[in-house]
Design a protein around this ligand. Structure first.
Ligand SMILES: *[C@@H]1O[C@H](CO)[C@@H](O)[C@H](O)[C@H]1NC(C)=O
Ligand SMILES: *[C@@H]1O[C@H](CO)[C@@H](O)[C@H](O)[C@H]1NC(C)=O
Length: 346
């Protein structure tokens, strides 16, 4: 899996022309910003807006494109098998005008997680549905249930089993999780300091999109298949409001990607939006959201993108493995096509 993704990342750098993000890039509306160099997702969201779709439609279609194309193997079906070998999906969509949110987590057997998230928002009074019951809800709403495994995910899983289930995310259990596949029992005595974090940009990408239209409507959303080899039931930051994404048409929008287990403790998307509400420059707002996490976890990998209501945008990151830079896409009328941007990390 790691080798596979490294190759993909390398290919990406060869193919795409890098455009350094200017400290004071010109702003205009409408605007779409998304995490990672997911160009076709950016194009889907942008052309949706340009052809009269709403900001919610743009966010949904951009995320759905990534789900269908299995962006980097870390969005959609057939990626990031959990300890049981199953791919499960997390997604969220937020309407910054009404503050409505729809989200799903640990969704099984349904490919279009962002579509189900939107159905939660539009066809229930709830915000977040999880697990098996979310899948039943989705089927009732007309989504097709199918196996999310592919040859790739099956092979990642069997390789992991052959390698004694390494790496895994257990701690303070016996038998020793560094050497075994369990089953595990709690082991109170073994608190031997921190294990090295297993998460980096190669093991977890999330598509996060923020979209703003000419009339000041703002939306944000995310979609991911989470963390490879996660403990079944694990939910990351992506479907959590204020963590994976946040949108408020009176302030702006933000989305996050990275080590979700850590990032969700700090609500970085909410923080970035609240800072922009007080007039903080978007780049500074994203930086502060990252710094807050870095204070506790200096080596975590993560990135935040954000935009304020006048179409100014920014991004910040910590410890990206490739050149210590984070790449994202910006679509607005400056070029009328998605443009790859980069930001230097802390
Ligand atoms: C998956 O593997 C099976 C069995 O090895 C093979 O027959 C099939 O063609 C493969 N599918 C794809 C899409 O590669
Ligand atoms: C958005 O950010 C830019 C750059 O910092 C700033 O000039 C502009 O006033 C901000 N817009 C709002 C509505 O705060």
């Amino acid at each position: 899996m790691l080798v596979f993704q490294q190759e993909k990342m390398f290919a990406r750098f060869l193919v795409l022309t890098l455009t350094a993000s200017l400290p004071h890039a010109r702003a205009s509306l409408p605007l779409v910003v998304n995490t990672w160099p997911f160009k076709s997702a950016a194009a889907a969201a942008w052309s949706c807006l340009q052809s009269g779709g709403s900001v919610l439609d743009a966010v949904e279609q951009g995320c759905a494109r990534c789900e269908a194309e299995q962006c980097d193997g870390s969005v959609g079906f057939g990626g990031s098998p959990d300890e049981n070998g199953e791919t499960t999906l997390d997604a969220m969509i937020m309407n910054g005008n009404t503050m409505e949110v729809g989200a799903v987590a640990d969704l099984k057997r349904i490919k279009n997680a962002i579509g189900v998230a939107r159905a939660v928002m539009e066809h229930t009074e709830h915000t977040l549905l999880v697990g098996e019951s979310a899948s039943v809800f989705a089927e009732n709403m007309g989504f097709v249930a199918e196996d999310l495994s592919t040859n790739t995910s099956v092979s990642i899983f069997s390789q992991w089993l052959r390698g004694n289930c390494q790496p895994n995310y257990r701690k303070n259990v016996s038998p020793d999780p560094l050497k075994s596949c369990g089953p595990y029992r709690p082991e109170g005595a073994r608190t031997l300091g921190k294990r090295a974090r297993l998460v980096n940009a190669l093991s977890h990408d999330t598509i996060g999109i923020v979209a703003l239209d000419q009339d000041g409507h703002v939306a944000a959303g995310t979609s991911t298949n989470g963390l490879t080899h996660k403990v079944p039931g694990r939910v990351g930051d992506s479907p959590i409001v204020g963590a994976g994404a946040y949108a408020d048409s009176s302030a702006g929008a933000a989305a996050a990607t990275g080590d979700g287990d850590l990032m969700m403790r700090f609500l970085p998307s909410y923080l970035a939006v609240e800072l922009m509400r007080t007039g903080t420059d978007p780049s500074e707002a994203c930086k502060t959201a990252i710094s807050r996490i870095k204070r506790h976890y200096p080596d975590f990998f993560g990135a935040v993108i954000c935009a304020n209501t006048t179409g100014h945008y920014g991004a910040a990151c910590n410890k990206a493995p490739t050149l210590n830079q984070f790449h994202f896409m910006v679509s607005n009328l400056e070029s009328n096509t998605p443009v790859l941007k980069s930001v230097d990390c802390f």
